[in-house]
Design a protein around this ligand. Structure first.
Ligand SMILES: Cc1cc2nc3c(=O)[nH]c(=O)nc-3n(C[C@H](O)[C@H](O)[C@H](O)COP(=O)(O)OP(=O)(O)OC[C@H]3O[C@@H](n4cnc5c(N)ncnc54)[C@H](O)[C@@H]3O)c2cc1C
Length: 415
């Protein structure tokens, strides 16, 4: 750890992106204060599937037309949901999202997601090694499942696309699926099998371990809501319970970022894309792999203490309460591929807010006018996957070092 740099940095937001960034800054010798209105890791970073989803490189807009998107978002049994009360708030975002459905824009987003994802597991290995946390990392493999036999041509083209991006996968039949995962339904037709898929054993415990190390290394945590940040001259003025001065700041408040950055003159089309989880008791259930239904867009993750089913993409904003029928949908659909879940008790139900931009890319950038303020939000479905590499890139940028990839696609002014 470098002790030469004694500059102070405020990291606003103690989700997985903020905590990883705080640790990375400490490694570079900065004195870091982490701000969050709630205890660390209790928002989106709490209830995700724990999947280091290097393989998921498709933006949300992929395979959508204007009509299919609207149909899916308003249908009650769809994995996509758009509560009618949100329609007016979201009109501009939806227009931008529809523009992203073009072939050219899909390619751009996919390439830029892939660039981050390719480096994601390596970055996590470095970070976990640094905090003696490699025991959190597992390599269970990932099965992406299809029930319908008619989909085989699409699956082959998906496999070929993955391979073009350097992602190893194998097309397997129902007998091989059962051999790998005997608890799965007999009716499944085929799957893509990704042997090299990683996860963390428990995303919330991981956040707690990262946070403990940050405190052990001299980091300061302020449980306070940050009302505003501004840079005057070289100095950052941060207003929470009181005004405090820092040399630099990073804003990584996930789905809440829009308001804080608008105070800095930036307009970003960020929405809160709500997702849900149902945790099942593990009793008698022996699921070994990460599993997803391609047709119904949900995931099953074997965590340390539960079988977690996650899914739903609901453009419901920050204020609406969780909608009960979404949990029922996840329970029914997951029981459709793992029959034993039908008689399993659930341990907990949860809804969280992903921060999502229309092109499914995060913002990882320096503020265009206030160079001592860095921005890192909009990681949508991949914030856990991309947190460690985002933290490395941010610190490179802050120190005017070369970044491992071109960061133009993640610019804050691309909209
Ligand atoms: C159901 C579901 C499943 C998912 N599964 C996966 C997965 O398997 N793999 C994966 O890579 N990703 C997954 N994700 C996405 C991932 O969880 C998120 O992208 C990631 O947690 C975002 O981290 P974050 O630090 O940006 O945001 P958050 O964890 O939401 O943290 C933001 C923090 O900012 C704080 N904050 C907000 N406003 C202020 C303020 N004004 N002042 C101070 N603090 C403030 C909040 O309290 C919060 O703690 C999933 C998401 C959901 C919802």
């Amino acid at each position: 750890m470098s002790s030469l740099n004694k500059q102070t940095v405020a990291v606003v937001g103690a989700g997985v992106v903020g905590i990883c960034s705080a640790l990375e800054l400490q490694r570079a010798g900065y004195q870091v204060t982490l701000f969050d209105k709630t205890p660390p890791g209790e928002r989106a970073s709490y209830g995700n599937a724990g999947f280091l989803a290097r393989q998921l490189i498709s933006p949300l807009a992929e395979n959508m037309s204007v009509f299919s998107a609207i149909k899916m978002w308003i249908s009650p049994n769809s994995p996509l949901s758009l509560p009618p009360s949100q329609l007016i708030n979201l009109a501009t975002w939806l227009v931008r999202f529809m523009r992203q459905t073009s072939k050219k824009n899909i390619e751009v987003s996919r390439g830029a997601i892939n660039s981050l994802n390719e480096l994601s597991v390596g970055a996590w290995e470095r970070l976990l090694n640094d905090i003696d946390g490699l025991h959190f990392l597992r390599k269970p493999g990932f099965l992406l499942l299809w029930k319908s036999k008619n989909t085989i041509e699409d699956v082959i083209s998906q496999r070929d696309m993955m391979q073009r991006y350097g992602i190893k996968c194998e097309l397997i039949n129902s007998a091989k699926i059962r051999e790998l995962e005997p608890e799965l339904d007999q009716q499944l037709s085929h799957a893509l099998y990704f042997e090299d898929a990683y996860q963390v054993s428990d995303p919330y415990k991981l956040c707690q371990a990262l946070f403990s190390k940050f405190i052990e290394r001299g980091g300061v945590f302020a449980q306070q809501e940050v009302a505003s940040i501004k840079q005057q001259g070289e100095v950052i003025f941060l207003t929470a319970l009181k005004e405090t001065i820092f040399d630099k700041a990073i804003i990584c408040v996930g789905a809440w970022s829009k308001k804080l950055v608008s105070g800095l003159g930036l307009s970003v089309p960020l929405v809160a894309e709500r997702g849900y989880h149902v945790d099942f008791e593990k009793n008698g259930l022996n699921i070994k792999h990460l599993i997803a239904s391609a047709e119904n867009r949900f995931f099953v993750s074997p965590l340390e203490s539960a079988i977690r089913v996650v899914g739903i993409s609901e453009l419901g904003g920050l204020k609406l309460r969780a909608i009960k029928s979404r949990f029922t949908l996840l329970k029914n659909q997951s029981a459709g591929i793992i029959p034993k879940l039908r008689s399993s008790a659930h341990k907990s139900l949860w809804m969280g807010h992903r921060s999502t931009l229309p092109d499914s890319l995060p913002v990882i950038d320096r503020h265009p006018v206030h160079p001592n303020i860095m921005l890192a939000f909009g990681h949508q479905h991949l914030g856990l996957t991309q947190a460690a590499i985002t933290a490395e890139i941010l610190v490179n940028m802050m120190q005017n070092e070369k970044t491992p990839i071109d960061t133009k696609p993640y610019s804050a002014t691309r909209f």
